[in-house]
Design a protein around this ligand. Sequence first.
Ligand code: ATP
Length: 258
Amino acid sequence: MSTIEITGLHKSFGKLEVLRGIDLRVEPGEVVCVIGPSGSGKSTLLRCVNLLEEPTSGSIRVAGVEVTDPDTDIDAVRRGIGMVFQQFNLFGHLTVRENVTIAQRRVLKRGRAEADRVAAENLSRVGLTDKAASYPAQLSGGQQQRVAIARALAMDPKLMLFDEPTSALDPELVGEVLAVMRGLAAEGMTMLVVTHEMAFAREVASRVVFMDAGAIVEQGPPAEVFGKPREARTREFLHRVLEPTHVSETEIGAHLTD
Ligand SMILES: Nc1ncnc2c1ncn2[C@@H]1O[C@H](COP(=O)(O)OP(=O)(O)OP(=O)(O)O)[C@@H](O)[C@H]1O
């Protein structure tokens, strides 16, 4: 049974058709990285998986449960999914430890001692044992995002969704978050990751999915998608994001005399 099975997914916002028939499966233990131009629908796809957006049509099964079925207990489905967003969304008035324990206590009804133990375990996993008593404002962006990952992990997710988790970070802090994600991938966590970090996708993904204009244009192992892209649109995108832009003097000249 696939962890995620998306079939014929369409999503429109008014007249704007953002997802135009997505078919995608994520198998247990896979790390699937979704890449593509800005506005191609990557975040919307991720948000449909746990019904943060309501699909216009199509089917989404998470661990065999149809999330679009009105009878599905969506909160129960969400409990099995760890979400990590671009923004860390930590509570500023709570310590790091409290940020990692609050949902465990309220949602999973764990007692304080058990929640603290799980928090300590997961803060250690993301390398932040010494920050448990700090407040978010005392941490760097990279550390705050690692707290957000520890918070998600503390809920024992079966699957994790990452929506551009490093986009809000200064470049020197990106590596520490990617290192934590790399560690999770190595542990066999099932991950669906929307990312602009091509090096991460290339090294860590079991499969790379290239989206453009609301559709999956091509997908495959990173060596194939990055090394020998089949579709012209994939090649153009990769050329644009991987190559430094060179504008020759002739091109500048041509532009000026237009
Ligand atoms: N709630 C919304 N209401 C209206 N339009 C929306 C909404 N959410 C997204 N869109 C539009 O849907 C399109 C796809 O957005 P989405 O965020 O999924 O793209 P993306 O590929 O993740 O882009 P980026 O890489 O820039 O984050 C965009 O044109 C966006 O403006």
